[in-house]
Ligand binder design. Structure first.
Ligand SMILES: [Zn+2]
Length: 176
C-alpha cells in the first residue's frame, strides 16, 4: 500500500520559498496582504511571494508576504503603515537567507499622502479648476493628512483638515 508523504509542514513550506535578501512579513491578518503590499509602495519590478490563509497557532489563519529587495530598503514610516490594517504583523529583515532583525510594526501617530479624505467638502478635496472658478483663488494641492486613533480593536483616522473621523480601512488611495 502506498503512503502519501507529500504533505509538508508549514515550517518546511516556508523554507522552500526562502528569499536571499529582503523582508518577510509574518502574522499579517488573513486577507490583508494585497492591501499591505499597496501600503508599502513596492516598485512593480520587485519579486514578491504571497502565502494566504496559512494556519497560525495564535490567530487561526494568517498571511505571509515576502519581498525580495535590499535589506533595509524600506523605511520605518512605510513599514509601520501595515499596523493600520494588521497590528500584529512581525517584520523579518533577511540578508543572505538569514533573519538579521525581527520586530513588530507600530501604529503611526500620523499619516500623510496615502489615503484621500472621504468627505467631499473637505479642504483637502477642494482644489482644481472648479474651486478656482468659485473662489477666484489659485488652488495649490493640499496633501491629505490624518491623525491615527487606536481604539484598541480598530484603527480610526481623523482628518486634520476637516476633523471628521473615519474607519482606517476601505479608504481610497491617493493617486501617485
Ligand atoms: Zn477631511
Amino acid at each position: 500500500m502506498w503512503v502519501l508523504t507529500t504533505q509538508i509542514s508549514v515550517e518546511e513550506s516556508l523554507t522552500v520559498s526562502r528569499i536571499p535578501n529582503g523582508y518577510v512579513f509574518d502574522h499579517l491578518s488573513a486577507g490583508k496582504t494585497l492591501l499591505a503590499y499597496r501600503l508599502l509602495e513596492i516598485p512593480p519590478e520587485v519579486s514578491v511571494l504571497i502565502a494566504m490563509n496559512v494556519p497560525s497557532e495564535k490567530y487561526g489563519k494568517k498571511d505571509i508576504l515576502k519581498i525580495e529587495t535590499e535589506p533595509y530598503a524600506l523605511d520605518s514610516e512605510k513599514l509601520n503603515r501595515i499596523a493600520l490594517i494588521s497590528p500584529h504583523t512581525t517584520v523579518n529583515v533577511i540578508k543572505n537567507s538569514k533573519v538579521i532583525e525581527k520586530f513588530s510594526v507600530e501604529i503611526p501617530e500620523r499619516i500623510t499622502d496615502i489615503y484621500n479624505c472621504p468627505n467631499p467638502t473637505c479642504f483637502s478635496n477642494a482644489r482644481g479648476p472648479e474651486y478656482e472658478k468659485r473662489t477666484g483663488h489659485m488652488s495649490e494641492p493640499v496633501e491629505p493628512d490624518f491623525s491615527v486613533i487606536d481604539t484598541g480593536d480598530a484603527v480610526k483616522l481623523r482628518c486634520r483638515h476637516c476633523q471628521r473621523i473615519f474607519d482606517g480601512e476601505n479608504l481610497s488611495f491617493v493617486t501617485k
